[in-house]
Design a binder for this molecule. Structure first.
Ligand code: TA6
Length: 304
């Protein structure tokens, strides 16, 4: 592991050199994951990386609210939070970095909500967040694990929160890529305001259509099919605690409204986002919650 304390960046590289990851302490945001030199994550060329605004790309951590609090009838205790909460725009601290055995590299970052007045003012529950990032060559994978501890203190009421890992997965062409693994899972279509439909097709092919769907429950393994002739896939798996899956791509029209997304950037990614967002988690004082995802590269069988 190497650290650039100047810009608050941690770089992890496996001993073989085949895999590397870059994490900013700003939001504990993974902004790059390379395997054999190929970038697996999307990062907008117009995204600020200086801490002035949320990052458009990589793996933003969404906590303690997904979307805007006003979207939810019951948003007690969350009303002062910004869209997607505070975790993705807070300055996290690095706890440790280690290279264990011969195939992995890892680091841990933490965030104490009580350390920041603006967080204390917006979120009444004192929580300690610990984010473990583990990089491996075999299998070629990136594991992200978030632990939330309710520190009790003044407020002994259960801490209320959503969690979501907002993966921007790089694709050659989002209008050709497919998403497999969600067949039969009911979803809320946020573009059709609350429509509930069970997914009938597999794979899902967006074909350049906007998608903003929250698939509820099941904690399925979801595969991104690049459909670029290589047969390669990226499989997103997760713990039962991250049981929901958001599938998002704004498509061309809505992308024009995203000032931090470079021209045509919407075609270069699909967001597959494991989360616990269909209902608020209620964590009793003194207890911990852990959610883990794994992104794994599966090489194509047919080398076309
Ligand atoms: O990924 C789902 C979503 O909630 C979409 O509705 C869209 O707003 C996206 O997150 C990006 O949100 P952001 O605040 O980063 O522009």
């Amino acid at each position: 592991m190497s650290r650039d304390e100047q810009v608050g960046k941690v770089t992890l590289t496996t001993p073989s050199g085949r895999s590397s990851v870059e994490v900013l302490q700003y939001g504990a945001t993974v902004i790059s994951w390379k395997y054999d030199g190929a970038e697996q994550l999307f990062l907008s060329r117009q995204s600020p990386l200086d801490g002035s605004a949320a990052i458009r790309g990589g793996i933003p951590i969404i906590f303690p609210v997904f979307g805007s609090p006003s979207e939810y009838e019951d948003h007690a205790g969350l009303e002062k939070l910004p869209k997607h909460g505070f975790a993705r725009t807070a300055e996290w601290k690095v706890i440790e970095g280690r290279v264990d055995k011969e195939v992995t590299a890892s680091c841990v970052l933490e965030l104490n909500s009580v350390d920041y007045k603006e967080i204390r003012d917006a979120y009444q529950w004192p929580v300690h967040l610990e984010y473990h990032i583990r990089l491996s060559d075999s299998p070629a994978s990136l594991e992200c694990s978030l632990k939330v501890k309710h520190l009790a203190g003044s407020s002994t009421m259960p801490a209320r929160f959503h969690v979501l890992l907002h993966n921007y997965i790089a694709v050659g062409d989002a209008t050709q890529a497919g998403v497999s693994g969600l067949k039969g899972v009911t979803y809320v279509d946020k573009n059709a305001s609350k429509a509930r439909v069970a997914e009938s097709s597999d794979p899902i092919l967006l074909h350049g259509q906007a998608s903003d769907r929250v698939y509820q429950g099941g904690a399925p393994d979801v595969a991104l099919l690049y459909n670029d002739g290589s047969g390669r896939q990226l499989v997103v798996s997760r713990s039962e605690t991250l049981q929901d899956t958001t599938l998002w791509n704004p498509a061309e029209a809505a992308a024009k409204g995203l000032k931090d997304l470079h021209e045509g950037g919407w075609r270069e990614y699909i967001c597959i986002e494991p989360g616990s967002v269909a209902a608020l988690n209620e964590l009793p004082a003194g207890q911990e919650w852990v959610g883990t995802q794994q992104l794994r590269i599966v090489e194509g069988k047919s080398k076309v």
